[in-house]
Each structure stands twice: as structure tokens, then as C-alpha cells.
Design a binder for this molecule. Structure first.
Ligand code: NAD
Length: 494
């Protein structure tokens, strides 16, 4: 047991290099969503705790040894963090299962991918263009025209307020931690009230790997005001937020008061378009994946399935058969279960309201829609499919964040593109075709931050982020590092 965990599953926060309780001494319970029993307790921080962390991050950015570190030193730190995570993988996995209901199927994204991402950020720190020469120019402002040399210097953006979320907690935080360390920023991380434990364990790893006190701080608590405090602080230079569109809008508005840099990774209502050359037997499990992959609690999950009218019924039939015969529902600590519970009771109720709304608005509920009869305990929702959905129904327009998928018929490819784009969101999407050239040509007409053809994705190097209300900015790879720098121009005679 490390510093984050004291006694039996009672966690502490990490502020200014110290493991602390909330100043008020308050704590709160975190349930295991599959058993509804308390899994752990965490500090319930308030304003004073947050202010201490912000001041520590500011001090260590302005005065600490951190700004003097070289990209090579920071790259080594990232490598060490990746190594330690690798060594403690099982511990993280257990918390992900018990506190976040992460099913075995999600472990690659939840545990293995973050380690790869950290190694990639370590490599990028070495080749990132922190200093880039510009072409010579004649200075027109000097009394006598002078030849000048210039360069772009990319400085760390400063103190970063990080607000990650709970659904893929290690992945989401690592997408912020990697660039913070690589570029030499400092940070206060405010995890989701639903699940700060992974962030607290990660802080322990960060400490073990030689990151100086004050560079990385984690403050956890239940109140939304805690995040708001971070966003409004004049001592914070940038906010990187992952969460819902509604909160993202509040963050952006509040950050405007101090003109902070804002990076928003928000929700989605992505479309999977199935073209005619793709056989329905293999389309069905892909189309049904939102009903089981982390209970549909993923921003980029394709919750709208677009299929040509004449093949709609056959696809739906195959999706139902797949769900009935293959999708197993139960406690995610059992690796044979594909679909676990959703994160909290209030989220289950919101999903159930959407299911009721889908029926009211005339969508055809073809499977699921209720709570599994054999699982009276835990926040379970049956894998649910709506067929014959119209794109103007609310279940097709709003993010449900549960194991619910909408199948929408289209006339032809142009109609499919029109439906895919007819959304306030613009995060992700997919095209099932064996013809990559057709897929790429179609993808270019889709207004989303990423499109995967034939199920392909590149979460390691490709930029990830949203068009429209799905966000502002990009994570991953070099694109992710740019978000954490400020551009400075330096010129000198000669
Ligand atoms: P949420 O918006 O309810 O909460 C996010 C965080 O914001 C929480 O930590 C909360 O305490 C905090 N918060 C609340 N009010 C605040 C305020 N006024 N100022 C600052 N912070 C405040 O979202 P959630 O339920 O935690 O996450 C689910 C959402 O995240 C979904 O919409 C999902 O699509 C999205 N998501 C996006 C990505 C992505 O990369 N685009 C990845 C994962 C999840």
C-alpha cells in the first residue's frame, strides 16, 4: 500500500508533494457500481484545499527547479512513469473494475493504451520543436534597416487546471499528464467525483518517478464548485476539461473572465455508416457494440447506426440475435461478462428516461429497455436497441451515455452523410466498407474530429477531439503537446 491509500481503502489527496486529508476532514464514500457497497472513501475537498493546490502549482512553475529541466530529463520521467504503471498494472486494473465498473473488454483502452501513450509522449518530448528557426528578414522598425534572425520558442503554457472524467479515467488523465510533463507545465488535477481513485494512485506513481513537489497536484471532492474554483482562478493559465457539453459551456464562459486557454473534450453522438459492400453478419456485432462496450459510456462510441433502408430489418434481426446469444451481463470482476453496470443510480435513471422518450417519440424498441431481472443489485441496464429511429428524435440527437443504440435507415450514401452531419456534435464516426478509397472520400465529407474506416482507429498518434459542440482542441501525439504550449517569437540582429 502506498501513500494514496491509508488504512483499509481510505484515500488521501496529493498537494504540494504531501499526502493530505481535506482541511475540513470531510470524506465521502465511493460505491462499487456492481454491488452498490462502499468500495473506498476519498477526501471531500473544499475551496481552501483547491487554493492550496493552485498556489503550489503556481509557485513551482514560477520559482521551482521544474522550469529548468530539459526535454530529455522530462522524457525520462515519462518513461519511468510508464514503467511504474506497467509494474502496478494489476492494482490499477482492480480499482478500474471495482470503482469504475470497467469490463475486461475495456482493459486494453483502460490500462495498456495509457502506458503506450506515455511512452509516445516521452519520445515526442525529445523531438518536439520547442525552438524553431524562422527565415531571416529585414527589420523595418529599426532606424536603419537591419537583417534579423528569428525563432519560434514554444514555452510551457503555465499552470494547468485539469478536469478529467471517470469513464476511461487513466486514459483521459494520461492524455493530460503526458503533455504537462513533456512541455514543463505544472498542474492541478480535479478528478470526477464519481472516481478520483485512479488519479490518486497515478499521483503516487508520479511522485515515485521524481516529479518535484507542486508540479502535479490532485484535489478531489464532490462539489461542482471545486472545478469552478479552478476555472476562475487568476493563477491558472489553462484549463483542459473532459466532460459533458453542458459543463464544457460553463467552463468556457467562466474561463473567459481571465482569458484562459481552454481545451474541451466533450460528448458525441457519432454515426457508424454501413455501406452496401459490408456483410451484415460482421456488421451486427460492430453495430451493437454501444450496447456492451463499457455500457455505452464512451464519448466516441457510435451510438447511431446508419444502414440502407432495404437492409435495415435484416441488420436489426442480426443485432438482436448477437445481443441475446453473445452479450453477457453481470459484475465486471467476472472476465466473462461483457456488459457491466453504469456508473451511478442517477445515471441509470437518466438512461431510463431516454428509453421512455424513445418509445414516446415512436422509435421501435426491439430488445432490452429495462433492468436485467436476474441482477437486482447494481446499476445495470439491459442492452437496448431502437430500430426505425428518425434522426430528429431526441434519442438520436442527445448523448444517452448508456447501453443504448439507435438504428437509422438511409436512402443512399449522400443521405447517410447528411444524417451523420445532422448533429450538434462532431466527435467521431465510422464507415464500414471494404473499399478504403470510397471510405476516405466519404470521411472527408463528414464533420467530425475523426472517422474510422472498417473499424480502424489510431489512438496513439492521430489527433483526437471534436468539431462543433464536441469540443475545442486536440489530444494525442504532437497535436496534444501543442495544446500545452504558448508561442513566443524572439528576434535578434544578425
Ligand atoms: P460532467 O460534465 O458531468 O462533469 C465533468 C466534470 O466537471 C466533473 O469533474 C464535475 O465535477 C466538473 N464540473 C461540474 N461543474 C463544473 C463547473 N461549473 N466548472 C468546472 N467543473 C465543473 O461530465 P461527466 O459525466 O463526468 O463525463 C461524461 C461526459 O464526458 C460525456 O459527455 C462524455 O462524452 C464526455 N467525454 C468526452 C471525452 C472526449 O475525449 N471527448 C472522453 C470521455 C468522456
Amino acid at each position: 500500500m502506498g501513500n494514496a491509500v491509508v488504512g483499509d481503502r481510505s484515500y488521501r489527496m496529493y498537494i504540494d508533494g504531501k499526502w493530505v486529508e481535506a482541511v475540513s476532514g470531510a470524506t465521502y464514500d465511493l460505491p462499487n457500481p456492481a454491488t452498490e457497497e462502499t468500495f473506498a472513501t476519498a477526501p471531500d475537498a473544499g475551496r481552501e484545499d483547491m487554493q492550496r493546490a493552485i498556489r503550489a502549482a503556481r509557485r513551482s512553475f514560477d520559482e521551482g527547479p521544474w522550469v529548468q529541466t530539459t526535454p530529455r530529463e522530462r522524457s525520462r520521467i515519462l518513461e519511468r512513469i510508464a514503467d511504474r504503471l506497467e509494474a502496478r498494472k494489476e492494482e490499477f486494473r482492480q480499482v478500474l473494475v471495482s470503482a469504475h465498473a470497467c469490463e475486461y473488454l475495456t482493459h486494453t483502452v483502460n490500462v495498456d493504451l495509457p502506458i503506450d501513450l506515455l511512452r509516445n509522449y516521452a519520445a515526442l518530448a525529445l523531438k518536439f520543436p520547442f525552438e524553431e528557426p524562422l527565415p531571416h528578414a529585414i527589420s523595418k522598425l529599426a532606424p536603419v534597416p537591419t537583417l534579423v534572425s528569428s525563432m519560434v520558442h514554444r514555452q510551457p503554457v503555465g499552470v494547468c487546471g485539469l478536469i478529467p472524467t471517470w469513464n476511461f479515467p487513466l486514459f483521459v488523465t494520461v492524455q493530460k499528464l503526458g503533455p504537462v510533463i513533456a512541455t514543463g507545465c505544472t498542474a492541478v488535477c480535479k478528478p470526477s467525483p464519481y472516481g478520483p481513485l485512479i488519479d490518486l494512485l497515478l499521483a503516487e506513481v508520479v511522485e515515485e518517478c521524481g516529479v518535484p513537489p507542486g508540479v502535479w497536484n490532485v484535489v478531489c471532492g464532490q462539489a461542482p464548485e471545486l472545478g469552478a474554483e479552478l476555472v476562475s482562478s487568476p493563477l491558472v493559465d489553462k484549463i483542459s476539461f473532459t466532460g459533458s457539453v453542458a459543463t464544457g459551456k460553463k467552463v468556457m464562459a467562466a474561463a473567459g473572465a481571465t482569458l484562459k486557454r481552454v481545451h474541451l473534450e466533450l460528448g458525441g453522438k457519432s454515426a457508424q455508416i454501413i455501406l452496401d459492400d459490408w456483410e451484415l453478419d460482421s456488421a451486427a456485432p460492430i453495430a451493437a457494440s454501444p450496447t456492451f462496450f463499457h455500457a455505452g459510456q464512451g464519448c466516441a462510441i457510435t451510438t447511431r447506426v446508419l444502414i440502407q433502408k432495404k437492409r435495415h430489418d435484416e441488420l436489426v434481426e442480426k443485432m438482436i440475435r448477437f445481443i441475446e446469444n453473445v452479450v453477457t451481463v453481470g459484475d465486471p470482476s467476472d472476465p466473462t461478462k461483457m456488459l457491466g453496470p453504469v456508473i451511478r443510480e442517477e445515471r441509470r435513471q437518466s438512461i431510463e428516461q431516454y428509453i421512455a422518450l424513445g418509445r414516446e417519440q415512436g422509435a421501435e424498441l426491439v430488445t432490452g429497455g429495462g433492468r436485467p431481472k436476474d441482477l437486482p443489485v447494481g446499476y445495470f441496464v439491459e442492452p437496448t436497441v431502437f430500430a426505425h429511429v428518425k434522426n430528429d428524435m431526441r434519442i438520436a440527437r442527445e448523448e444517452i451515455f448508456g447501453p443504448v443504440v439507435s438504428v437509422i435507415p438511409f436512402e443512399d450514401e449522400a443521405d447517410a452523410i447528411r444524417i451523420a452531419n445532422d448533429s450538434a456534435f462532431g466527435l467521431s464516426g465510422g464507415i464500414l466498407t471494404h473499399d478504403a478509397a470510397t471510405g476516405v472520400a466519404m470521411a472527408k465529407k463528414i464533420r467530425t474530429g475523426s472517422v474510422g474506416i472498417a473499424g480502424a482507429n489510431n489512438l496513439l498518434h492521430a489527433p483526437f477531439g471534436g468539431f462543433k459542440e464536441s469540443g475545442i482542441g486536440r489530444e494525442s501525439g504532437e497535436f496534444g503537446l501543442h495544446e500545452f504550449t504558448e508561442i513566443q517569437a524572439i528576434s535578434w540582429p544578425g
